[in-house]
Design a protein around this ligand. Structure first.
Ligand code: ADP
Length: 274
């Protein structure tokens, strides 16, 4: 009977002991001969929180989709905990809100329970322990009272919390969030960061694509500056230099010195031509 407990759809990939949670080596992706990502190489260790920034069309979503195993690399390699991305159930990908059909007739509870699917397999129905853990994760992200709501009834911040609860239910070790902060007011953003702090405690690695460079520099351990190529990665103070920002954004950004340091002013709203 033990075999029936194993997922039939995807066999969980074994992790190589000691391997970094994510290693990307010379990753190149092109669509119809046009480069979206060009020779990108980096690695992340467990528990890091990294902001991925760059203009529209910089390849942020493409990078996430390759890491999540839903898009193939044209060249190069991606390793998640020492193995190729396809088949991992330790990766949770939270797409942009605009990519989700919010009218779909499912409840918040159902969506979070979907996080258990990879662990349950085809034949096992969610048991009491699964339901308990879903309730626990809903409580952890502060939306217990919304469990029975249809997903379209949630605010933007609540939607992000729901996806984080789903990632937790999945026992994800690497969470990729595509612009989760866009359109959220400051209290809602604060709420999300509070939960991201909890994830860091749990050694979960989180990559967040964002347009907000000030937030990226204030609230993340590391930043990655992308414009098809990897322009820089590391401490925000080392990466967000005028030269690198110009390389990534052209003339669409200005660095303004203030008493507190530097503030980045953006007037970019359109994709960059490379
Ligand atoms: P970002 O998330 O930084 O805005 P994307 O990864 O969405 O950037 O896009 C990077 C580049 O790849 C863009 O030029 C975009 O038009 C192109 N691209 C992304 N997905 C596709 C696709 N499915 N087909 C063709 N081109 C694509």
């Amino acid at each position: 009977m033990e075999g029936l407990r194993r997922p039939l759809l995807r066999t969980p990939v074994r992790h190589e002991g000691g391997a970094p949670i994510l290693e990307v080596s010379h990753l190149t992706v092109s669509f119809n001969g046009r480069l979206a990502l060009d020779d990108v190489t980096f690695r992340l260790t467990s528990g890091e929180r990294i902001a991925v920034v760059g203009p529209n069309g910089a390849g942020k979503s493409t990078l996430f989709r390759v890491i999540a195993g839903v898009l193939a690399a044209t060249k190069g390699e991606v390793w998640v905990a020492g193995c190729h991305p396809g088949g991992h159930i330790c990766i949770a990908y939270v797409p942009q809100r605009s990519a989700v059909d919010w009218s779909f007739p499912v409840t918040v509870f159902d969506v979070v329970m979907m996080g258990r699917a990879g662990r349950l397999g085809l034949l096992r129905r969610p048991g009491r322990a699964d339901k308990e853990s879903v309730r626990g994760y809903l409580a952890l992200v502060g939306i217990s009272e919304l469990a029975d709501r249809q997903i379209g009834e949630l605010s933007g911040g609540q939607q992000q919390r729901m996806f984080i609860a789903r990632a937790l239910a999945q026992e994800a070790e690497l969470i990729l969030m595509d612009e989760p902060l866009s359109g959220l007011d400051l209290p809602a953003q604060e709420g999300i960061f509070h939960i991201l702090d909890e994830l860091r405690q749990r050694q979960v690695t989180v990559m967040v694509a964002t347009h907000d460079l000030n937030l990226a520099s204030e609230r993340f351990d590391q930043v990655m500056l992308l414009n098809g190529r990897l322009v820089g990665m590391g401490d925000p103070g080392d990466v967000f230099t005028p030269e690198r920002l110009r390389l990534a954004y052209g003339g669409h950004l200005r660095l303004v010195r203030t008493d507190d340091g530097a503030m980045i002013l953006s007037d970019t709203c359109c994709g960059m031509d490379r």
